[in-house]
Design a protein around this ligand. Sequence first.
Ligand SMILES: Cc1ncc(COP(=O)(O)O)c(C=O)c1O
Length: 459
Amino acid sequence: MPTFPVEPFRIKVVEPIRRTTRTQRERLLINAGYNLFRVPAAHVFIDMLTDSGTGAMSDHQWAAMMRGDESYASARSFFELEDAVKKIFGFKYFVPTHQGRAAENVLFAVMVKPGDVVPNNMHFDTTFGNIVARGGRAENLIADIANDPAAEAPFKGNMDIEKLDAFIRATGPEHIPLGMTTITNNAGGGQPVSMANLRATAETYHRYNIPFIIDACRYAENCYFIQQREAGYADKSILAIANELFSYADGCTMSAKKDGLVNIGGFLCVNDEDLFTKIQSELILREGFPTYGGLAGRDLEALACGLWEGIDADYLAYRVEHTRYLAERLEAAGAPIVRPPGGHAVYIDAKAILPHIPQPQFPALALNLALYLEGGIRSAEIGSVSFAHKDPDTGVMIYPELELVRLAIPRRVYTQAHLDYVVETVKHVIEHADAVRGYRIVWEPPLMRHFTARYEPVS
Ligand SMILES: Cc1ncc(COP(=O)(O)O)c(C=O)c1O
């Protein structure tokens, strides 16, 4: 048996990527105001900014795109997708949407009103934003262990059921129009949620007549972790695990740009007929007719195919082991990472590598930029740039506990050699960490500053 994950595919189409020189990258960073979102992708060698919509489609998916039925209503491609969604997710009703946040927007538009609260293990920023945009409040009730990067646990994405129950009683179920769980928990390291925890979460919500909606973007990776780690599931197929998991819920939102293996797309599923009627009306206003929901017929075809490929046992084993391979090699090279590695990304602890950079000088941003400068690698800053905020009462800056750099792995895109290159670059940066400087912000927008802010190095 090989000691490393072997890709269960061979490469038929290649996309050249170019290495730049360090001098070129220095210039590119100055031009981009030291913000990697502003660096042209053509000048990125290994792009690990996100795993969303960045995957490679298979020959089957490209062939399926040619079969796309572009009829406005009730196209054949819709029924292809409906078949896959019904067999895997099992809900009674579904509509396609152009991506995950569109499904959230439509759902919250018909369910959330000002003053309402929506609990979750941990909201992703678009779910958080869409709830707030409807005048609601988003509450995170994840088990405390999730906040300790070094703690080893098989299901660090689990909801704290006691906290959830107490929260519902304190808030009043009449103020909670729906409850959620996100699988895997992207905002907390891509950590999975166990079947037992999903069952207990559903029971808790249902005891108070609160509908349970799953944010399902990385459901297939979550099912793989259940198969590998939870007693009683080793002999069950991913499809059977997915069927059971969704049977506890009343619906789901899905960004198909992750485990749907497509570059664009999403959907919204529910069981309640009245709710579905409202969803259809809202969808027609915002996305399109209910059988295409903002997507072309070819996108529906690619997604129908991608959903089946996303739960293929060989693909999933490779996917999760590929991530684990990067994590283990990084650790062997001396990089402190969030343990255990999740399904789609490895998170590096920047505070531990750059203890000489205080949080007001953004250690995670400094590491994120050092990786680009050293090796043309683009990662995501998950630290004070993204999450520090002023206390509204005192005006004092509150810094997040963690300063992380996320290396997200696009699906079926990079080989082991690319991952080895990433490890060598990280190792070099760690060995020369003393030379890495902090940054200060020279311009920032009022909201979500990490996307567009400009910085300069602290001299
Ligand atoms: C957990 C989670 N929910 C929702 C979304 C939103 O999906 P989309 O980017 O397709 O709008 C994302 C995207 O990264 C996500 O990770």
